[in-house]
Design a binder for this molecule. Structure first.
Ligand SMILES: [Zn+2]
Length: 272
């Protein structure tokens, strides 16, 4: 190799004064020329090297904020809360896609067969309940052990995560109900859903949240599906004023119970 990088170019490169094509051509040459590599090496100030590496490491190691965390921050949630809440497994794409698949199936059934809309009325309210069940708990949440050991109140985490996953899955269910043939009919899942959600949170005072959610969802959906298979008028029952009023009463009384829970009140007061 006969050509080598001239001294003054090496000095200019070493202090970062060369830009674009000239710096790139020096770098290309240095890759293949051991002699110039040594010259450049000796010229570049070590502090500059260290600061460049530190910047590279910061960029590579910075934790990526998930879309959920960014949305929660944008909605005004404190960064520390947003990080913990966005850790909810049921806010992850895989969970939301599974829930969307359940709703898509229910929408498809409601459009393709008689009695299908009833299936939608049965499945739509349990989607947010399942999302709550998948938001926090041993075996579900990879950060569960850490969160149990941390001083952050569990009840607060459960509430914040529940609210976030109910909002996300509720939007999915609302969008799905737009595709159900009879519109007003499709809204009849809302009150049962509120009742099931608040009962789940009450039951979760004694049972792990995933167990509470799965139990409440099963107690609601399984008997109704059995009745539907048996050709009984399940839609008529769900749409009846008495069932809708009962759902509202259950939702209100479960919420009142929760609102008077001292643990929950102290959890809500934190950071306010
Ligand atoms: Zn050279």
């Amino acid at each position: 190799m006969t050509w080598h990088v001239p001294e003054q170019l090496v000095s200019a490169y070493a202090v970062g004064e060369l830009a674009g094509a000239r710096a790139a051509s020096i770098e290309a040459h240095v890759m293949t020329c051991a002699e110039c590599r040594l010259t450049v090496n000796a010229e570049v100030p070590t502090e500059r090297m260290h600061s460049i590496w530190a910047a590279v490491e910061d960029e590579v190691d910075a934790p990526r904020r998930s879309w959920a965390e960014r949305v929660l921050s944008a909605l005004g949630m404190a960064d520390s809360d947003a990080r913990l809440v966005s850790g909810a497994p049921s806010l992850h794409a895989s969970w939301l896609l599974s829930l969307a698949a359940v709703l898509a199936f229910a929408v498809w059934a409601s459009n393709s067969r008689s009695g299908g809309t009833t299936l939608f009325l049965i499945l739509a309210p349990i989607v947010p309940v399942l999302a709550v069940g998948g938001s926090y708990g041993r075996g579900i949440d990879p950060t569960f052990e850490v969160s149990v050991a941390s001083p952050y109140p569990t009840m607060r985490l459960v509430l914040l995560r529940s609210t976030a996953v109910v909002a996300a899955s509720g939007v999915l269910a609302l969008v799905a109900s737009l595709f159900v043939p009879s519109g007003g009919y499709a809204a009849a899942w809302l009150l049962p859903c509120l009742a099931l959600l608040s009962i789940t949170l009450v039951v979760a005072r004694w049972l792990p949240l995933p167990v509470a959610a799965a139990g409440v969802a099963a107690c609601y959906a399984l008997p109704l599906i059995a009745a539907l298979v048996d050709n009984r008028d399940v839609a008529g029952v769900l749409l009846s004023a008495s069932v809708q009023w009962t759902a509202l009463a259950l939702a209100v009384s479960a919420s009142l119970f929760l609102a008077h829970d001292p643990m929950l009140r102290s959890a809500l007061r934190r950071n306010r």
